[in-house]
Design a protein around this ligand. Structure first.
Ligand code: 5GP
Length: 200
């Protein structure tokens, strides 16, 4: 099956603003976001099929055994994974499929799907990152210090990605990412056209 759409992996440290960016990108009808599967219980306010697909461990294993996940990880005793069926359906419809996923997950997917395009989101400065983390108001000083340290480590991984985008004003960041999507859509279409022209 020929894929007309493009898969985009978005990563970046906690506090870089990936969630806000993805929300902004979903305002465009050509973009879709993958919903992960997990075996953890829903938190208050979380909706099955929107925030996650909440599965039993048996169902998750079934999905894994039938090649139904692109990648998976275990975190705090629960499984998390990216189901592939919906992604493939969207790609065949020509959609941009967005996966908001960490560096490890990105590596697993790139090993299987080297046509995935990777985008790393960074904050404009460490001061702004700290402000954003504090602005959430949910974590104490120790946790914020840990997250800042983790963010520095994660920033070292940016070099593995196809693109790095600075997330300052959200509209500007979304416009930059949409420009990348557009350029990559043209590349993918041209690959198909050239195959047809050359009869391959
Ligand atoms: P939470 O339980 O807080 O929603 O997520 C716990 C961790 O699992 C987070 O670091 C989150 O990024 C990660 N996670 C969520 N979905 C997936 C997924 O589909 N694949 C992988 N590898 N990690 C995920």
């Amino acid at each position: 099956m020929k894929n007309k759409g493009v898969m985009f992996i978005i990563s970046g440290p906690s506090g870089a603003g990936k969630g806000t960016l993805v929300k902004e990108l979903l305002k465009y009808p050509e973009n879709e976001v993958s919903v992960s599967a997990t075996t953890r219980s829903p938190r208050e306010g979380e909706i099955d099929g929107v925030h996650y697909h909440f599965l039993t461990v048996d169902k998750f294993h079934e999905l894994m055994e039938h090649n139904g996940v692109l990648e998976y990880a275990q975190y705090c005793g629960n499984y998390y994974g990216t189901p592939s069926a919906q992604i493939d359906a969207w790609l065949s419809e020509g959609k941009n499929v967005i996966l908001e996923i960490d560096v490890q997950g990105c590596r697993q997917i790139k090993a299987k799907r080297d046509d995935a395009v990777t985008v790393f989101i960074v904050p404009p400065s460490m001061e702004i990152l700290e402000k954003r983390l504090r602005g959430r108001g949910t974590e104490n000083d120790d946790v914020i210090a840990q997250r800042l340290l983790a963010a520095k480590g994660e920033l070292e991984m940016a070099g593995e990605y196809d693109y790095v985008v600075v997330n300052g004003p959200i509209e500007e960041c979304a416009a930059d990412v949409m420009a990348i999507f557009k350029a990559e859509n043209i590349k993918a279409q041209n690959r198909e056209t050239m195959c047809e022209l050359l009869g391959r």
